[in-house]
Write a protein that binds this ligand. Structure first.
Ligand code: S6P
Length: 639
């Protein structure tokens, strides 16, 4: 059996040596791979190409018509893992924006015609944007990768959320064009007249995943072809942005382009529906006249917003010389302290959007790098209470799950008193948030607390501000960074819509920054080999086959031998014969996942076994235990 080389699963040639780079070089190579979001990849259609801009232009009409539809329509964003988290984040932000606009309109109306006051009151709580994440809201924080393999669950969740809607615009996000959860929903939408389906992903349609989905009649590719046959109004938004810097880690570029596309589309649609102006500070006189725009204002606005995002990308990486220092601090935190032999932690502290971006970044480290869920966490003032998620306070729903706790209050109570010398606190915020409010107060408190108690934990600050408003903070006498690291990221404007602070370009910048910090630090501590994640959790069908692919490529063995090594590592078996006796070779992948999910270092063990097929599993595990850096262990065997 051969695996189809989907672009999102290919190794990026720009990062082949990334595991040998220092922090500055890692930052530069992330800049190079991120630039493919805007520049495109090889000869494929990318963000600025005609079909993508045309599709965005038509969708602006669809979304703005739903926004003007008097509460009869819904926009549903759905995805798994990072795609689901971004679906939540984007829908939250645009619902906040709409609620602000409604308040503004209501005030205006009240001035004009007092009698309509009550009617407006009734509309208040309706959210136009809904989201679905496989596994529900707890998966926003604690990855539940296995849930994405279930197309029936996808349909059930979608039916439930759209049950009262007369018109639905459904956007299924699956970066790799592979998630069964989304495939089920797309097929369901294609049979529903009141639904317009949109598929967002970052492979050509011909490369969508073609492995039969367990317990279903189709592969993703087959389901998509059914959808194309069933409905004329399917939109496909799939600009190609090239392989990920760490192979298959779609939280990175694919996540960024997901956010860019959704933010662009919805900003343009809101501006159209509410007669607003997007903030456009890039000098668009430099923009060549695009004949393709055909005088279409939707497309022109989308294009201008995309260019604005590109300038944010540029401004963010202009700080590469400082960003790499934070990556280095995170690397030191995640290593064992030479003094006490303990590993430290990275704690993000951020308010509202910056905090949520930190939460999302932290949640991705266990499945991607096999990181322990304690090692990177994020806390925000009042935690879930300010997240505006659909299922409410997860800390109350799961009182016994320590990883559902995400409030700054909890951090002060349970984490601050036991901070170790190699722990790192990274404050994320805008100029306003660093000057006043909970984050500012806590920052001052924690700095004082550290001095008073003669502690050594580290503090870094990531501050995004609008360069048109000079940040007073930096000159503020009472606030001293001393030896702590403060990174300042300046942009012409943070607001995406003039006079509305709800939507901000700084979210994109924060995403690039925190992704660079955790990816860079994990590369530095040896959880990546060349540019392959080698300690991923084998927790869903896609990851099972990705694991086989990694084993194949690193040890240069056949698909069959790689699968044997993986199954031996999962079931702790000494040889192929035992696999055959237990008839494990042909049992459904979902059975293997149930066992694999409970285990540590399955893929590294399998790599060792595939390089040394005669080695007993116990010895392979021991070998990895003795060599802390997985990359080193594998390199020694390959010599
Ligand atoms: C990727 C991340 C995963 C994916 C999830 C959905 O870095 O760890 O959680 O987001 O597997 O993938 P996709 O391709 O359907 O968006």
């Amino acid at each position: 059996m051969t695996t189809v080389p989907r672009i999102t699963e290919l190794p990026n040639t720009l990062t082949q040596e990334i595991d040998t780079y220092n922090c500055l070089e890692i930052t530069r190579s992330l800049r190079a791979t991120d630039s493919q979001i805007f520049n495109g990849y090889l000869n494929y259609e990318s963000l600025y190409d005609k079909r993508i801009i045309d599709t965005l232009g038509s969708l602006v009409d669809e979304v703005s018509s739903i926004l003007s539809s008097n509460n009869e329509g819904l926009v549903v964003l759905s995805g798994c893992g990072t795609s689901g988290r971004l679906a939540y984040f984007v829908s939250r932000n645009f619902n906040c924006m709409i609620s602000k606009l409604r308040k503004r309109n209501k005030k205006q109306k009240q001035k004009e015609e007092k009698q309509e006051e009550e009617e407006e009151e009734e509309e208040k709580d309706k959210d136009f944007f809904k989201y679905l994440i496989s596994g529900g809201d707890s998966a926003l924080l604690k990855s539940r990768e296995g849930q994405e393999d279930n197309p029936q669950l996808g349909v059930k969740d979608l039916k439930e959320i759209t049950k009262n809607a007369k018109k639905v615009l459904y956007i299924g996000i699956t970066c790799g064009m592979s998630a069964p959860y989304v495939a089920g929903q797309l097929l369901y939408c294609s049979k529903n007249e009141n639904t317009t389906p949109v598929l967002m992903g970052f492979n050509p349609v011909s490369m969508s995943r073609n492995t039969k989905i367990e317990g279903w009649d189709y592969s993703f590719k087959e389901a998509l072809s059914q959808v194309q046959q069933n409905c004329q109004n399917l939109h496909i938004l799939n600009p190609i942005c090239g392989p990920e810097p760490v192979t298959g880690s779609t939280r990175m570029k694919s996540g960024s382009i997901t956010k860019i596309l959704l933010d662009t589309l919805f900003t343009a649609a809101i501006c159209k529906a509410y007669n607003l102006t997007p903030s456009l500070n890039v000098n668009h006189n430099l923009m060549p006249k695009m004949n393709d725009l055909e005088g279409n204002s939707n497309k022109e606005i989308c294009l201008k917003i995309l260019l604005q995002f590109e300038s944010v990308f540029r401004s963010t990486y202009l700080q590469s010389n400082d960003l790499h220092k934070v990556i280095h601090l995170a690397e030191l935190a995640l290593q064992k302290d030479p003094k006490n032999g303990e590993k430290g932690h990275v704690y993000y502290i951020g308010e509202s959007n910056a905090g949520i971006i930190g939460l999302i970044d932290a949640s991705e480290c266990p499945p991607t790098f096999g990181a322990s869920p304690e090692s990177i966490r994020c806390f925000m003032p009042f935690g879930w209470k300010r997240m505006n998620n659909q299922e409410g306070d997860m800390e109350q729903i799961y009182p016994n799950n320590p990883f559902m706790k995400n409030s700054l209050q909890e951090f002060k109570k349970s984490f601050l008193p036991i901070l170790q010398s190699n722990d790192l606190l990274i404050f994320l915020g805008t100029n306003d948030q660093f000057q006043k409010g909970e984050i500012a107060e806590f920052l001052t408190h924690v700095q004082k607390y550290r001095i008073e108690n003669q502690l050594e934990f580290k503090i870094a600050g990531i501050l995004c501000y609008s360069s048109t408003k000079f940040p007073k903070l930096i000159e503020n006498e009472q606030f001293k960074w001393g030896d702590d690291l403060l990174l300042k990221f300046a942009f012409p404007s943070l607001d995406m819509i003039d006079n509305y602070k709800t939507l901000s370009y700084s979210d994109f910048s924060f995403k690039l920054i925190v992704n660079a910090i955790t990816t860079g630090a994990h590369i530095r501590i040896g959880t990546v080999f060349r540019n392959r994640m080698i300690n991923l959790k084998v927790s869903n069908n896609k990851l099972f086959f990705r694991a086989i692919n990694i084993i194949q490529q690193l040890s240069n063995v056949s698909f069959e031998n790689a699968k044997i090594a993986l199954l031996r590592a999962i079931y702790n078996l000494e040889n192929k014969k035992q696999l055959e006796e237990k008839q494990l070779f042909d049992t459904p992948v979902s059975n293997h996942l149930k066992v694999a999910i409970q285990k540590e270092k399955v893929v590294p063990t399998a790599i060792v076994l595939s390089i040394r097929p005669k080695m007993p599993v116990g010895q392979a595990i021991e070998l990895l235990e003795n060599e802390r850096i997985i990359r080193n262990a594998i390199e020694k065997l390959l010599k």
